[in-house]
Design a protein around this ligand. Structure first.
Ligand code: FSX
Ligand code: SF4
Ligand code: F3S
Length: 312
């Protein structure tokens, strides 16, 4: 374990993530898990333990925009932290192989890690017309998912598309797109968000590898990440209570932190820990940047929470 731990930190340092940076993300994760800041050391140990196991991950891409992958690939520190904790054996966006070679890689990875890998699914699955509205290399998403997912030790859906269907399933949805659980009739852990916060993926994998029970809500979302609404922890909450709303986007008041409810903020009905974890290496999140929450982690948000903008 000592050797693995040293290697983990060495790999992180090579990617430009110092121990200090590492502890910063442990602290963010600690807060999102509802633990006191003094527990950050324990979270660090759990990540070290997970990284020592460095589980094989097979990451499938279906109907989506790849924003979920971009959310961690474009944040150098969090991206490095995730990629050094898990071992990504197949991921179409970041692997060098293409075409038939890529397909062979998938086949070999499933065979090699049969029953042991974590399957992360990004994107929705077309189910109408035998899934013919969504294909990779001539094979339907449905076919690929049915072939790979049953061999996984655990499956996690990443993003609203994979969890609920997302934009691909928005009306009129001619391809019959569905979330992974609905399409396959399984019970994978859902990490919705368009995109979701990559630290929630890390937190989920770390809990799983530490054999900790992951408490889920009725939509299979981990309670540590989706147990409270955005509104519950919003930095503008005091203004909501005082009724200090803004009606004009980009106004001086918005910059000062007034509540965005009158601009259509969906924070009160959206379960996610964005205000605690934040995005872009934990620097900001939509409401902090002056934009109302559009409810991106809720099921059917494209149908039920639009229009996002209206001409006045
Ligand atoms: Fe969906 Fe992810 Fe939104 Fe995009 O791939 S959740 S469209 S951010 O990228 O699946
Ligand atoms: Fe709630 Fe949105 Fe206002 Fe924040 S900006 S207090 S989430 S309504
Ligand atoms: Fe999405 Fe709202 Fe968070 S739009 S990123 S759930 S603040």
């Amino acid at each position: 374990m000592k050797k693995e731990k040293a290697q983990f930190y060495k790999r992180l340092e090579e990617k430009g993530v110092s121990r200090r940076d590492f502890l910063k993300y442990c602290t963010a994760l600690t807060a999102s898990m509802g633990l006191s800041y003094s527990c950050a050391g324990q979270v660090a140990e759990k990540i070290e333990k997970a990284a020592a196991q460095r589980p094989a991950v097979i990451w499938l891409h279906f109907g989506e925009c790849t924003g979920c992958s971009e959310a961690f690939l474009r944040t150098p520190d969090v991206g490095a932290l995730i990629l050094e904790t898990i071992s990504v054996e197949y991921h179409e966006t970041i692997m060098a192989a293409s075409g038939h070679q890529a397909e062979e890689n998938l086949h070999h990875a499933v065979e090699k890690y049969d029953g042991k890998f974590v399957c992360v699914v990004e994107g929705a699955i077309a189910t109408a017309y035998n899934g013919s509205y969504g294909k990779v290399g001539g094979r339907t998403f449905l076919e690929i998912a049915k072939e790979v997912v049953p061999h996984a030790a655990a499956t996690i859906t990443i993003g609203t598309c994979a969890a609920y269907g997302g934009i691909a399933a928005a009306a009129p949805n001619p391809g019959g797109y569905k979330g992974v659980n609905d399409a396959l009739g399984i019970n994978a852990i859902n990490l919705p968000g368009c995109p979701p916060n990559p630290l929630n993926l890390l937190g989920t994998i770390v809990k799983y590898l530490n054999n900790e029970a992951i408490e889920l809500d009725e939509e299979n979302r981990p309670m540590f990440a989706y147990g409270e609404t955005v509104h519950d922890n919003c930095p503008r909450l005091a203004h909501y209570e005082e009724g200090n709303f803004v009606s004009e986007f980009g106004s001086k008041e918005a910059e000062m932190g007034y509540c965005l409810y009158e601009m259509g903020c969906r924070g009160p009905e959206t379960y996610n820990n964005c205000p605690t974890l934040k995005f872009n290496d934990s620097t900001s999140f939509p409401i902090q940047a002056g934009h109302p929450c559009i409810g991106c982690s809720e099921a059917d948000f494209w149908d039920s929470m639009t229009p996002f903008y209206e001409e006045s």
